[in-house]
Structures are given as structure tokens and as C-alpha cells.
Design a protein around this ligand. Sequence first.
Ligand code: ADP
Length: 472
Amino acid sequence: MREQNELYIDGAWRVPIQPSVLELNHPATGEPTGRVTLGGEADVDAAVTAAERAFISYSRTTPRERIALLERVLTEFDDRFEDLVQAVTEEVGAPLPLVRGAHLPTARVQIATAIEILKTYEFTETRGETTIRKEALGVAGLITPWNFPVLQPVGKTVSALAAGCTVVLKPAELTPSSAVILAEIMDAAGVPAGVFNLVTGRGSVAGSALSAHPGVGTVSFTGSVATATQVAIAAAPTVKRVTSELGGKSPHILLPDADFAVAVETAKSWLLATTGQLCSAPSRTLVPRDRVEEFLSVLVPAVEALRVGDPRAEETFMGPLISAEQWDIVQGYIRRGLDEGARLETGGLGKPAGLEAGHFARPTVFSDVDNAMTIAQEEIFGPVMSVIAYDTVEEAIAIANDTPYGLAAYVTSGDLEAANAVAERIRAGYVLINDTDFDWTAPWGGYKRSGNGREFGAAGLGEYLETKVIRG
Ligand code: ADP
């Protein structure tokens, strides 16, 4: 059983000033796994005060000093790799191979990339008598979700630290253990007191206090649109910068010549492997009308062959949803799909046979989906795919863009030029062609209601900088 009763503030572990206890359970069994004592508004205030104090000297460190710091962070991260693997599997219910192969490497590359960028980043530009400086923006308030509880906090933290900002991290309530290990990594790496602070807390309490705090210069938020709106409202009176990475309803366009084996791999990698709990999941699959039945004949057996089970078993492909609450939400959407007249091809309501104890959902495919249906418009965050028929590529592009979201999109085609031409017309921040992997150092973020600003790599670093001109 994990017991976590302290927050990491000003270089020390402290019991919360305003404690509240949260019991945690294992997504695969529902069994208790531990309890965490969360902090409140006063704890956020203490952390921000420490971060403001530390900012005075940390913001004036040289890139070389910050490289040395991040190199130590990388060493400590590697040392704690296996602890993080166990924590993420336990907290999120993500299968071990996914955690080892995706959750942690995508986070590690953020640290390594920040180090590389700092080696050449131009913080100062001179044009005659004009000097343009990029300076650390201030205290960064980082609010992160539970679905990728290492990548999100690490990506934001290293960008902020590389820029010379100090940090207060408020991770998701359901994933405190991975965040605590991250704070231990920072501590072991010798990050100066107050430069990195961790306040576990409820979103409505600690998250909103961080968003509103006048000592915070920028909030970087990842989560839902509804919460992003609350964060922006809380941040508005102090005119702080808010960047956000939100949900998606990402289309996957199978062009008329698409190889369905490739398309099915895309569905497995980016929708089903994470039990649909990925903001960039390809949850709408757009298929030429005259090839829909053929596609389903390839897709459905592949989905039914997937191993759903305990995330701790090495052969498991798809684990449970994170919580009973998330399970209820997904069931609600499946019911809605049935009520609105979509055709259920596989999966559906309830739990897979033999997996009644945990928060397991059935991998579900709907066909005959109209893009106006709820299951095609709203983010489900579960293993539910909507197959939508189209008649012309023009129509496919229109359907792909007919969503409030714009985080990611996918195109499958044997003709790379055609795929690129379609990719250019989709209003989304990232388009993957033919089941390639994401480049996790490229700018990451959304169009429309999928957020604003970009994370990772040089673009992510830029979000934590302020611009100053000195002339004379
Ligand atoms: P998810 O659906 O992924 O849980 P949320 O948007 O609810 O997405 O949560 C993402 C993060 O935002 C979590 O750390 C959560 O605690 C935090 N949060 C929730 N409500 C608020 C709020 N009103 N203000 C600030 N942060 C919040």
C-alpha cells in the first residue's frame, strides 16, 4: 500500500497545511492501493511563495548551468525508471509494455531534448543598437491530467526549467505516486530549493488556487475543455499567460487506396493500446463507402483478437479504464451510440467476460455513424471507434474538419503525395501518415478547442519566455 502524506515545497517534504485524504484503488481490480493526503489553497500559496523567491536567482542562471542541472535530472530519471513503470501501471492501469515503451520514453526524450536545445538556443538577438532578449517568464503553474502522468509533468517541467522559470506542479488527483517520484528525482538531482515544487491537490481547490495566484506568471494546463475554461477564467484577473492542451476527436482518413492492415495498426497503436485514454486518439475512422464492409472484415477480427486484461501481465495489450467514473462515462457514450442508431460491430456495453472486478471496457466499433451523432462529436476517452462512410475525398476532408476539436489527425494511403495534400487541409496540430510514430520533440498542441500554445522541444521552451527589447 502506498501512503503519501507530504508535499514537496521549497526543497523539503512537508505535511499539508490544509490536508484532505483521498483513497486510491487499482484500476484492474478495484482493490485499495493506498491513500494520498492532498494539499489546499494555503499549500499552493506556500509553494508559489517559495517559487517566487527561488526565481530571483534561478532565472539568472546561465544555459550552461541549466544544462548541467537537467543532465543530473536525466541521470536520476533513468535511475528511477522501474519505480515509475510500476507507479504508472498501478495508477493508470496501463499495460507494462506500453508504460515501458511509450509513457516513459516519451518523457525521457523531453529531458534529453531540453538539454540539446539549450546548447544552441538564441536567448539574445542583436540588430544594431537593438537587443532583443528572451527572459524567463516567472513562476510556472503546471496542471496535468492522469492519462500520461509522467510525460505531461516532465514535458512541462523541463521546458520551464530550461527557460529559467521556477515551477509549481499540481498533478491529477488519481496519479500522485508518479508525481512524487518526479519530485524525488528533482530533489536527488540537486534542483535548488523552491525551483521545483509539488502540490498534490484537488483540481477545484489547488488547481484553481494556482490558476488565480498573482505570483504565478504562466499556467500550462492539460485536461478537458470544461476545466480549461475554469482555469482561463481564474487566470484572467491577473492577465497571466495560459497555454492549454485539451481534448480531441481526431479523424483517421483512409484514402480510397488505403492498406487496411496499416489502418488497423493505427487504430491499435493510438486508440486501443491506451484504452482510448489519449487526447490524440483516432476515434473517428473515415472510410470510402464502397470499402466499408471490406474494412470492417479486417478491423473487427483484429479488435476481437486483442488481449484485454491485467496491465501487470506482459501479454496484455489493453488494460482497464482508470476509474469507475471513467467507466460510467464510456458506458454512457456506448448507450448513446446505440440509441442514436449507430450499428454495433463488436464490443458494446458491459465488461469483457472474466474481467468484472476492474474498470474494464469492451473494445467497441460502431459503423453507420453519422458525424453529427454524439459519439462522433464528443470526446469519449474510451476504446470506442466510430466508422464513418464518405463518398469523395472532398467530403472526407469536410467531415474530418467538422468537429470543435483540432488536436491530431491520421491519414492512410499508398500515395504519400495524396496523403500530404489531405494532411495540409486538415485543421489540426499534428497529422500522422501511415501509422508512423509521433516525433515527441516536435511542437505538440491543438487548433480550435483543442487548446492554444505548443508543448515539447523548442516550441515548448518558448512558452515560458518573455520578450524584452533594450536599445541604446
Ligand atoms: P481529466 O478529464 O483528464 O481528469 P480535467 O480537466 O478534469 O481532465 O483535469 C485535468 C487537471 O485539471 C487535473 O489535475 C485536475 O485536478 C485539474 N482541475 C480540475 N478542475 C480544476 C479547476 N477548476 N481549476 C484548475 N484545475 C482543475
